[in-house]
Design a protein around this ligand. Structure first.
Ligand SMILES: [Fe+2]
Length: 268
């Protein structure tokens, strides 16, 4: 199965810019690239920070952009989103019994568990008792199934202080909640705006840049999140019973080379 991971589009009202970039333009370019090369993907998951300030107009722009996306799409929220405004704009999105934007998606590769780590009023993430009970119950139901976790805030530190200080509170509770499930095959997250791969408690983890701005590899700054204009990316993920392969694709990069006489030139 092939699916697409997109994160952190940070949309503002259509026509407005954010950090001197047009988030909707860059998301539309991402969607064009996915449609051109991966229209056959089984689905596309967006791991939050859909809107930069949770504005109605931003979600309206997102809706119109997603109307053009060929693979079926599923949305998580992040710390920049506004849960009630989002839920109004996307009423078809599944909510749990407590109103959190979280659900289980059955796919050919296994169960995709979409988690809501948002806490209104803070950029940090939460995994409260209600969400803990929900996740434990879902993992119990899925105890014999491969599980893929999707969440905005990573449940571990990244060694980037400005991100770790707005990371997930309740990391221990999260680790405890998943400890009994032996078949979590991968954890996909957002929030970091950087390409990061590794493992946590034996679970492979990945994220990549958002579709608007990046966050530089700054291991010292605290109290604010530096921004960058590194190229935006999305991930193409292949899953089979033996492997999970994640390709990061800088979809605005124009440096692919083609042979040209005795040398090379950039492809069109
Ligand atoms: Fe973000």
């Amino acid at each position: 199965m092939k699916f697409i991971h997109v994160t952190d589009p940070h949309l503002v009202a259509p026509g407005e810019t954010l950090f001197d970039l047009d988030p909707l333009d860059r998301l539309n370019a991402c969607i064009d690239d996915i449609n051109a090369h991966h229209g056959d993907a089984a689905l596309c998951v967006f791991t939050g920070d859909l809107a930069d300030r949770g504005e109605v107009a931003a979600y309206g722009g997102l809706r119109r952009a997603l109307d053009r996306l060929v693979p079926p799409w599923h949305l998580l929220i992040g710390n920049h989103d506004d849960r009630p405004v989002f839920a109004d704009a996307f009423p078809e999105t599944a909510l749990d019994e407590n109103g959190f934007v979280q659900s289980v998606l059955e796919t050919d590769a296994g169960a995709f568990v979409l988690l809501d780590t948002v806490e209104a009023g803070t950029h940090g993430g939460r995994f409260c008792e209600k969400r803990c009970r929900w996740l434990k119950a879902r993992l119990q139901e899925l105890r014999d199934r491969p599980v893929f976790l999707f969440m905005h805030h990573p449940p571990f530190d990244l060694h980037i202080p400005c991100l770790d200080e707005i990371g997930l509170a309740d990391q221990d509770a999260f680790a405890d909640a998943i400890a009994g499930h032996g078949n979590i095959r991968h954890l996909f997250f957002g929030h970091a705006h950087r390409p990061i791969a590794g493992s946590w408690r034996g679970i492979p983890i990945t994220t990549m840049r958002g579709t608007n701005h990046g966050v530089p590899l700054d291991l010292h700054t605290r109290g604010r999140v530096p921004k960058s204009h590194e190229p935006p990316a999305y991930a193409v993920v292949f899953v089979d019973p033996q492997s999970v392969i994640v390709h990061f694709h800088d979809y605005l990069d124009k440096t692919t080379l083609v042979a040209d006489g005795d040398g090379y030139r950039y492809a069109e």
